[in-house]
Design a protein around this ligand. Structure first.
Ligand code: 5GP
Length: 206
């Protein structure tokens, strides 16, 4: 984990990024992670690591029993099942950063975002700045998934069906970015970060 600067003037902001699969979210997140002024929240998951993925960097890869134990302990700010695997955001890591005035980025699905918005934890709710990255059209999404070539035709149909449902959640997010080039998406997300950091209501009183 990097060591981003803390703001003494405001609590950290909880940036949430969601998108249908194939909309360009991983590319955007990877570009954002090169700017060291926030921490990326590493989720826990029960899915198997993909080639090149590292425990403690991309995810904390857990056995189902470990994951369930953490659910029982109340360790997660939110957790959800996505494509038959469990995913969860560790509450303490997020709270600790926000309290220190460090911004946090969550890459979570629409169910997770909904659960974070519904939190009764006032400090967390006030910190949220949620962003939905959407494909220009379903056709563009289909083309992108086909080009990626990681899904067979059955999986492709599942992902496209899920994407249509996910698109319906876009108006629950404060921001919608219509995906363009990777650089466009990056610049648009950075603009949101800059604006959120200047919100008058975020400034702590002296
Ligand atoms: P992948 O397995 O491709 O890395 O991620 C699949 C989906 O799970 C993505 O939409 C990603 O945003 C979502 N995801 C990753 N971590 C979490 C998490 O901690 N909570 C929730 N709700 N979704 C997550």
């Amino acid at each position: 984990m990097n060591n981003p600067p803390a703001s003494p003037k405001r609590p950290g902001i909880l940036f949430i990024l969601s998108a249908p699969s194939g909309a360009g979210k991983t590319t955007l997140r990877t570009m954002l992670q090169r700017t060291p002024d926030f921490v990326y929240s590493i989720s826990c998951t029960t899915r198997q690591p993909r080639p090149g993925e590292e425990h403690g960097k991309d995810y904390f890869f857990l056995q189902k029993e470990d994951f369930d134990r953490r659910v029982q302990n109340g360790d997660f700010l939110e957790h959800a099942t996505v494509f038959n695997n469990s995913y969860g955001t560790l509450r303490e890591t997020v709270l600790d950063s926000l309290d220190r005035g460090v911004d946090v980025l969550l890459d979570i699905d629409i169910q997770g975002a909904e659960l974070v918005r519904a939190t009764t934890h006032e400090k967390i709710r006030a910190a949220i700045a949620d962003v939905f990255l959407m494909p220009a059209s379903m056709d563009v999404l289909r083309q992108r998934l086909l080009k990626r070539g990681t899904e067979n035709s059955e999986q492709l149909a599942v992902r496209l069906g899920k994407a249509e449902t996910e698109m319906k959640a876009r108006d629950k997010y404060r921001y919608n970015i219509i995906s363009g080039t990777p650089e466009d998406d990056f610049q648009n997300f950075r603009a949101i970060m800059l604006a959120e950091r200047q919100l008058s209501r975020r400034l702590l009183s002296d």
